[in-house]
Design a protein around this ligand. Sequence first.
Ligand code: SAH
Length: 363
Amino acid sequence: MTTPLGREIAELIATEGPIPVSRYMALCLGHPCHGYYMTRDPFGAEGDFTTAPEISQVFGELIGVWAASVWEAMGRPNPVRLIELGPGRGTLMVDLVRAATALPAFRAALDIHLVETSPVLAARQRETLSAAGIAATWHAGLDTVPAGPTILVANEFLDALPVRQFVMTEKGWRERVVGIAEGRLAFGLAPDPVPSALIPDRLRQAAPGAAFEACPACDALAGGLANRAADAPLAGLFVDYGHAVSTHGETLQAVKDHGFVDPLAEPGEADLTAHVDFESLGRAATAAGLSASDVVTQREFLFRLGLAERAEALARANPAAFETIRSGVERLVDPAPSGMGALFKAMAIHSPGLIVPALHLPA
Ligand code: SAH
């Protein structure tokens, strides 16, 4: 095996048998010593990939505009818990708070909580926020964030949550597992039938070879948000790559040095993600008693929040950076099928009756 984590996973499989893809993904990303996020800051040109807040400050600022408008819709609660899940380098939060200062009462009401499992990235976030003079509290999970009115944001967080993969065979649905073949990690299928409730009704009938991915941690998160919303208003914004409607297909991918690699080749050394199934997330939220907004492309979402005006104002204030600002913003809203404007979607999960801006499609 090529990596220390690969050797550890091989030993695990040797004693316990093949493991579900979800367990493999959880170990690759979150293993306490060798997990991908536990050991590095993966962002930027020198890292493995670049995210929207690292491309342009306009992204976080517009999310600040969204949050301010949600706060108004909630009746201006003070304090309001502003929670970010998986804050990366802390860039989005700093940009969001800068935009929030335009509404001083909103800024004053913010009680900021960051949920982060990686010690390396939590340290990086502390640096970024303290340099910007922003006070915050860190948590390993959502459970320890104090109750109260909540505005939550999460960019490229859900794609890091482990997915289970199911594959249709001549004998019915089976779960994909990671085992060992010829001394290497290899995909296989577990022998047991998959309980049919795990596949949405509409997708259960399928030709052999069809695949479906489920994200139990996404469903659990929706349940956690519903608990928080039981006695206080809540709105959570999720921006990520994925599909608006549940569909067949497999999207598990590994990225290293800004390119795709074999997900089994270097466990712990490449980022592993899966596309977000926004319909399933919305269904889990609704089942837990919350509402889900429409699913809007990142392009549509950012334009509705005033992207064009914000980018223009920024360029006017900083003419020397015009080209950088323009190319960054264009990348965020790139409408090509694999561009960030189209592949990335935004959706909110919120208390029933709350009006969230920019996330409703025309009827
Ligand atoms: N939102 C940031 C970073 C996205 S990368 C940005 O847009 O730049 C994913 C982030 O989620 C990282 O900070 C990673 O450490 C964190 N993360 C991954 N799994 C997590 C989990 N289960 N709980 C909390 N944070 C997690």
